[in-house]
Design a protein around this ligand. Structure first.
Ligand code: HEM
Length: 132
């Protein structure tokens, strides 16, 4: 089991300046892969790809201690109506892992990013027992 993700620890490591320039290219590739994925692509199809990319960049910028320009909604509220199951979450997580590896993101950043992603599972999955 990976330890619980701690955003403060990540900020203290100063990841944002190291990842900022790569972020737009990496996110574009990530969303290209998500949109064309045979298993979970249908979730994304009705939405504007560039808008999702921009929101995801904003969200990860804050997570990595960069300037807070994220104007998005609560992750739970946004994802609840999508009825996402664990296997679908895991598929997205695997695609993220492959994208980070293919772009040669440094292993310390990559590990914290993946840990953060997993720590958000409860907010993303269809669930009646969890509340904000
Ligand atoms: C299989 C898993 C996931 C699927 C299928 C999925 C799908 C989507 C879709 C379709 C939207 C647009 C919803 C809308 O505008 O109404 C969205 C928004 C968003 N997702 Fe996900 N998502 C998943 C997991 C995640 C995870 C793990 C994160 C966090 C790292 C995340 C972060 C976001 C953010 C920040 C937004 C924008 C929220 C906003 O509009 O304010 N998603 N997602």
């Amino acid at each position: 089991m990976l330890p619980i993700f701690n955003p403060r620890k990540v900020m203290a490591k100063g990841f944002y300046p190291r990842i900022k320039d790569l972020m737009p290219v990496l996110m574009k590739d990530f969303y290209d892969r998500l949109f064309s994925d045979i298993m979970i692509g249908f979730f994304f199809a009705p939405f504007d790809k560039q808008e999702l990319i921009d929101k995801q960049i904003g969200f990860m910028t804050v997570m990595f201690g960069g300037p807070n320009s994220y104007k998005g909604l609560s992750l739970r509220k946004v994802h609840l109506p999508l009825n996402i199951f664990e296997g679908q979450f895991n598929r997205r997580h695997q695609i993220l892992k492959e994208t980070l590896e293919d772009h040669k993101v440094d292993s310390d950043i990559r590990e914290d990013w993946l840990r953060l992603d997993l720590s958000l599972k409860d907010k993303i999955l269809k669930s009646e027992s969890c509340h904000d």
